[in-house]
Write a protein that binds this ligand. Structure first.
Ligand SMILES: *Cc1c(COP(=O)(O)O)cnc(C)c1O
Length: 356
């Protein structure tokens, strides 16, 4: 019963098989190999656009290097105050941009509203020398709360950013889960909405260690190969990244994996919702479930070996905060979660609550 994160799982079977196959024989290094070329072509086909594609081994590298391509050292990067780039990357975005400022914006359920963004843009007037200059907006889809921006919300946020001369980055660590939920094309949820550069996550959803940075405007990508190499994220045996991404995208494998993770999250949320004493603060819109559990249930689940994180009160409104006999938890099923793990979790929970 492992719901700590979707990256506690390994790689999917087809991705591992592709790695083993690519491991045979020799290939030119640093991405000059047929697997990398094939992966770039597959990404372009998937996104229905002639975009610039760069493979990197981690999401932090994808985000930080992508933001560095959009932002000068004196730039402002607007993001949600709970964004991964602001809280979980050890300052990598600041490091790779050579010191740009992350401006964290508040917002319910992990989302930035249009009016909040407009207010922030107004607080950073262009040309005022004493302030950092508005440069990038970073949106996370699905969000850190497992919620989704609707397509129209993305359209409006991107339009407001562009209207102020600000480029848009999307942190798509769970891009697949979001596309599977919205039932839209990858193009619609990215460049057609106005996203300029996408961190196309894949590791959480089935690769071993491979993400893609996708520039929909190749002009923005001019320096990226140098940035990636200088930052130590250009793998010499690049074919091992290309093989992962190619297998991930082949025949819709990536979406099958995401649909499974989403279905397991739905199963979990339904079980929790039908258990008296459990509170669910917001809907599960991707593959993350947030729940307020009675403390006795939390103790029993941990004792039986269930793994998940306590989440403090992040994302909750004041009147939703957990009571002294409750804990707020984050539960994330992955592509590899078995239905039985979910059912076992719910059984233990109910058993504990009956006794309590
Ligand atoms: C997991 C995650 C990332 C990538 O993290 P790495 O550990 O660097 O691969 C980026 N953004 C979000 C929202 C994530 O959840």
């Amino acid at each position: 019963m492992d719901f700590a994160s979707d990256n506690t799982s390994g790689a999917s079977g087809p991705v591992m098989a592709a790695l083993m196959a690519a491991n045979k024989g020799a290939a030119m290094p640093y991405g000059s190999d047929p697997w990398t070329a094939g992966a770039e072509k597959a990404v372009q086909e998937l996104f229905e656009r002639d975009c610039s594609v760069f493979l990197v081994p981690s999401g932090t590298a994808a985000n930080a290097l992508a933001l560095a391509a959009l932002t000068p050292p004196h730039g402002a990067i607007f993001c949600h105050e709970d964004a991964h780039i602001a809280n979980d990357e050890c300052g990598a975005p600041e490091f790779f941009t050579a010191g740009a400022k992350l401006v964290g914006l508040p917002g319910a359920r992990g989302k930035i509203s249009l009016s909040t963004l407009q207010g922030a843009l107004a607080r950073f007037p262009r040309g005022l020398v004493k302030q950092v200059q508005p440069s990038a907006l970073s949106l996370t889809q699905a969000t850190e709360c497992g919620t989704l921006y609707a397509l129209e919300e993305l359209d409006a946020l991107c339009a407001a950013a562009h209207g102020a001369g600000v480029k848009v980055h999307m942190d798509g660590a769970r891009f697949a889960n979001a596309v599977a939920r919205l039932g839209c094309s990858p193009a619609r949820m990215s460049w057609q909405a106005g996203v300029d550069v996408l961190s196309f996550g894949a590791t959480k959803n089935g690769t071993l260690c491979c993400e893609a940075v996708i520039f929909f405007d190749p002009a923005l990508a001019q320096d990226f190969a140098f940035r990636r190499k200088r930052g130590g994220h250009t793998l010499s045996k690049g074919r091992l990244l290309g093989a992962q991404m190619s297998a991930y995208l082949q025949s819709g494998h990536w979406l099958d994996l995401a649909r499974h993770a989403n279905a397991m999250a739905d199963r979990l949320r339904q079980g929790l919702g039908e258990t008296p004493g459990v509170r669910l603060p917001w809907p599960c819109e991707a593959n993350e479930v947030f729940a307020i559990l009675p403390r006795a249930a939390d103790v029993a689940l941990k004792a039986e070996g269930a793994r998940y994180y306590h989440w403090g009160a992040r994302g909750l409104a004041g009147d939703e905060a957990p009571g002294t006999e409750e804990v707020f938890v984050r539960l994330i099923p992955s592509f590899a979660t078995a239905p039985g793990e979910v059912d076992h979790f719910i059984e233990i929970l109910r058993h504990a609550l009956k006794k309590a």
